[in-house]
Write a protein that binds this ligand. Structure first.
Ligand code: TGC
Ligand code: FAD
Length: 395
């Protein structure tokens, strides 16, 4: 038997208990660090006020684009061509800043650039993708309607062929980036099934309106879209997909990023409350030296670690081409629930200070109330996983 080399245990890092970072390549770590610096220097200093003022910090868009983060996991057309794990790390770091900033990047890359990339023709790709990667053309994605988002198969928005073009009627609701978007990827029922259209902002009959007074995602724009006999040229229809699998295929991309993003929000809350509990002295000792507080902090670390491993494995499967959309559902369900629970618990451990804009957990907690609803509610994802396990849909 050969002698085994002595093994020295490495003391776990409180912020990365299983050294998940060691599972990343050097390139992946470099990308993560670059985005982390941007978030620390540019996002975190302004985001509390932006949230308070119900304002999307649009001035950050050129820098986000210059970092190559828009459509960063697409190849060609001025996109960065990163792997999917890198895209996940980008989402994680951005959402450590705020879900609204990650939302902007998710919508632009996964919900607007992706369908043009995957379902568009060459002319559409050349026309839109480079400008979108540079942040000069902003997109929004219209699937949800006022009558119910969970069941998009029941959509009322419709498009009818007329003289070779399409005439679009209907409305979309709860649309991120709606009023600032130059183009909208709109999904509509047609006599050929659901089809996707690139609606441009100056097309007559197309109007948008912001949804004001939100308690959640206040640093993000959420809008309604209205289509009143909008004439969409045939050249703006996405030719290479038909049916609900078109929009659902985009959701898979965005949901994948959200599984990572939620980890970022959770890390922000956990880090803040871990530091706070070490300096807050109550009953003659730091809060962190109290059994129940330690259990709560340990539980946060456990849940973040398991979520990290889940998303990393998901990303590796996505990079290999073996990821199934029901696996994304399990991670979206697990990781957003994990982040929301941690944000609420961190808020509580901060006491009264936890309701102030000075600390981030309440902002993350309120944001995560949207994140757990959009891109498929928690229940929808439970049912997607259940349907895969049981071989029958139970929606
Ligand atoms: P179903 O019969 O299950 O599927 C129809 C076809 O689509 C395929 N498919 C998928 N393909 C890719 N990715 C997925 N995730 C897919 N899910 C299903 C499926 O294989 C089938 O293909 P085919 O070839 O047989 O036609 O469809 P259903 O009508 O029964 O619906 C199922 C359900 C409930 C899971 C689905 O409608 C759903 O996911 N509902 C939730 C809707 C949702 O998530 N909306 C999100 C709107 S966008 C948004 O929230 C953006 S937030 C942006 C931000 O700020 O970050
Ligand atoms: P509903 O579908 O009405 O669901 C209401 C409740 O019923 C939920 O709890 C749900 O889980 C439950 N439910 C539904 N079906 C079942 C069932 N079969 N069994 C048991 N329970 C069920 N959409 C876009 O298209 N583009 C965007 O950019 C976008 N951005 C968004 C931004 C924000 C801030 C928010 C909040 C939403 C956004 N959405 C967007 C919409 C989002 O995708 C929908 O809100 C979501 O899909 C849920 O739809 P709904 O709100 O109509 O809820």
């Amino acid at each position: 038997m050969s002698a085994q080399a002595p093994v020295t245990a490495i003391e776990p890092d409180a912020m990365d208990f299983y050294n998940v970072r060691s599972l990343l390549t050097e390139d992946e770590r470099d990308i993560q660090d670059a985005v982390a610096r941007f978030v620390d220097e540019k996002v975190i200093p302004v985001i509390g006020d932006a949230f308070d003022q119900h304002r999307f910090p649009k001035e950050l868009v050129p820098e986000i684009a210059a970092l190559g983060l828009l459509g960063c996991n697409l190849d060609g057309y001025d996109c960065a061509g990163l792997n999917h794990v890198c895209y996940g790390l980008v989402c994680q770091e951005l959402e450590r800043g705020d879900s609204g900033i990650r939302s902007f990047v998710s919508v632009q890359g996964s919900l607007c650039m992706y369908p043009i990339y995957a379902y568009g023709n060459e002319e559409q790709k050349q026309k839109f993708l480079p400008g979108m990667a540079r942040g000069e053309i902003i997109g929004c994605f219209g699937l949800t309607e006022p009558d119910g988002g969970s069941d998009p198969g029941n959509m009322k928005t419709n498009a009818v062929k007329k003289d070779g073009d399409w005439v679009l009627n209907g409305a979309k609701m709860w649309i991120t980036n709606g009023t600032i978007a130059d183009i909208a990827i709109v999904w509509a029922a047609t006599d050929e099934g659901v089809r996707g259209f690139i609606v441009e902002k100056d097309m007559p009959g197309y109007t948008t309106r912001d949804i004001h007074k939100k308690f959640s995602l206040r640093a993000s724009i959420t809008s309604e879209l209205f289509f009143d006999n909008v004439r969409v040229p045939a050249a703006n229809m996405l030719p290479n997909v038909k049916g609900l699998k078109g929009p659902l295929g985009c959701l898979t991309q965005a949901r994948y990023g959200i599984t990572w993003g939620a980890i970022g929000a959770a890390i922000a809350c956990y880090k803040e409350v871990l530091e706070y509990s070490k300096v807050r002295v109550l009953f003659g000792r730091p809060l962190s030296h109290t059994q129940t507080v330690q259990r709560r902090l340990a539980d946060m670390s456990r849940r973040i670690t398991t979520a990290q491993l889940l998303s990393l494995q998901l990303g590796r499967m996505k990079d290999e081409g073996t990821m199934h959309h029901t696996q994304v559902s399990m991670a979206k369900w697990n990781n957003v629930r994990m982040a929301l629970d941690i944000a609420r618990d961190a808020r509580d451990l901060l006491g009264a200070g936890g309701i102030s804009v000075e600390f981030s957990p309440i902002r993350h907690m309120l944001n995560l109330e949207s994140v757990i609803t959009y891109e498929g509610t928690e229940t929808i994802h439970e049912l997607i996983v259940g349907g895969q396990l049981c071989g029958a849909q139970a929606f």
